[in-house]
Ligand binder design. Structure first.
Ligand code: HXC
Ligand code: NAP
Length: 282
């Protein structure tokens, strides 16, 4: 889909890049010529990911980091700046999430998710942003949100509140930091099943089946689809994309929004009755 050297010479730091969507974005960026820096909490997961990148001929490095700790965030960024001589792309992808009735959650459960998603994104963006501004280097920040960042959603309330905050950050800094040559963009994915979603969000298969049934295209997203979008958005060819959130969900959230969309469940017989009734002269 792209020129092979679309991201040649770029360095991309991807939080939570050892697994799932973050790993697949890293792989695509690497195939397009970027060097990949990943961080997360589990060293074994990160080391395994880096060896998979290396096998694919991609230059990559990892550093352990809990994004909830600003000191670790700053130290991680300095580690990669030293290693690669600069960072051009930041992908705030790390997240924590689980389904639960909200009244069963403790303050600590809220803190855990908000800490990773909202504070982690802020700490990364703030530390790297300051370093970019100080050195006059341009950069692009891509934040992975969700469609319920703007619709809200029951049963994932800490995540919904945190992702809404991240979206506000994207739209605010897109304006404020444009003067420094720093762009902000976001992707809102629909269902892209990963090990983590199966463990924390779809622990009973019925949840995943119902979510996929809600998608007008009747299938989950594929990793290559989100990775290609992520590559376009951070490339120099997308230089005029700033403050945008791009939805990639097969039409899922719009289906929930349109008042009559549930008519898709009507039978031919029911449509026949509707046709005849609505044309009847009084
Ligand atoms: C209720 C829970 C819980 C659960 C943890 N807690 N899991 N409460 N239901 N399933 C509570 C704990 O009881 C504790 O509160 C508090 O949360 C912190 O838990 P810890 O295990 O100590 O926290 P920590 O080790 O920091 O783990 C963070 C985590 C975990 C979020 C809880 O799940 C995690 O690290 N996840 C990372 C991977 C992940 O979630 N990926 C999903 C991204 S997918 P108390 O009060 O008991 O101390 C995504 C997609 C959205 O976002 C859209 C899908 C279609
Ligand atoms: P995932 O595999 O669990 O990815 C999350 C990553 O974040 C993991 O590698 C995890 O590694 C890391 N992480 C978690 N807590 C961290 C912390 N405190 N510090 C540093 N790293 C941390 O989940 P995914 O499904 O690929 O999701 C990736 C992104 O897409 C998330 O932002 C998610 O909200 C978003 N999203 C996903 C879907 C979907 O259907 N998959 C839909 C909408 C949005 P460690 O545990 O080792 O730290």
């Amino acid at each position: 889909m792209f020129e092979r050297d679309l991201l040649k010479g770029k360095v991309a730091l991807i939080t939570g890049g050892g697994t799932g969507i973050g790993f697949n974005i890293g792989k695509r960026y690497g195939e397009l010529g970027a060097s990949i820096a990943i961080c997360g909490r589990r060293e074994n997961v990160l080391a395994e990911a880096v060896s998979r990148f290396s096998e694919a001929g991609i230059t990559a490095d990892y550093h352990r980091c809990d994004v909830r700790d600003p000191a670790q965030v700053s130290e991680t960024i300095d580690h990669f700046l030293d290693k690669f001589g600069g960072i051009d792309i930041l992908v705030n992808n790390a997240a924590g999430n689980f389904v639960s009735p909200t009244e069963r959650l403790s303050p600590h459960a809220f803190d855990a998710v908000l800490g990773i998603v909202l504070h982690g994104t802020i700490y990364m963006t703030l530390d790297l942003g300051k370093k970019w501004i100080k050195t006059g280097r341009h950069g692009v920040v891509l934040d992975i949100v969700t469609t319920y960042a703007w619709t809200g959603s029951g049963y994932v309330v800490p995540s919904a509140a945190a992702k809404a905050g991240v979206l506000a950050l994207v739209r605010s800094l897109a304006v404020e930091w444009a003067k420094y040559g720093i762009r902000h963009v976001a992707i809102a994915p629909g269902p892209f099943p990963t090990e983590a979603t199966r463990k924390n969000l779809f622990p009973i298969p019925q949840i995943e089946e119902r979510i996929v049934q809600r998608v007008p295209l009747k299938r989950p997203g594929r990793m290559d689809e989100i990775a290609d979008l992520a590559a376009y958005l951070v490339s120099d060819q997308a230089e005029y994309m700033n403050g945008s959130v791009v939805t990639i969900d097969g039409g899922e959230w719009l289906k929930g929004a349109g008042q009559f969309n549930h008519l898709e469940d009507l039978t031919e017989e029911q449509w026949k009755i509707i046709y005849e009734t609505s044309r009847k002269k009084d």
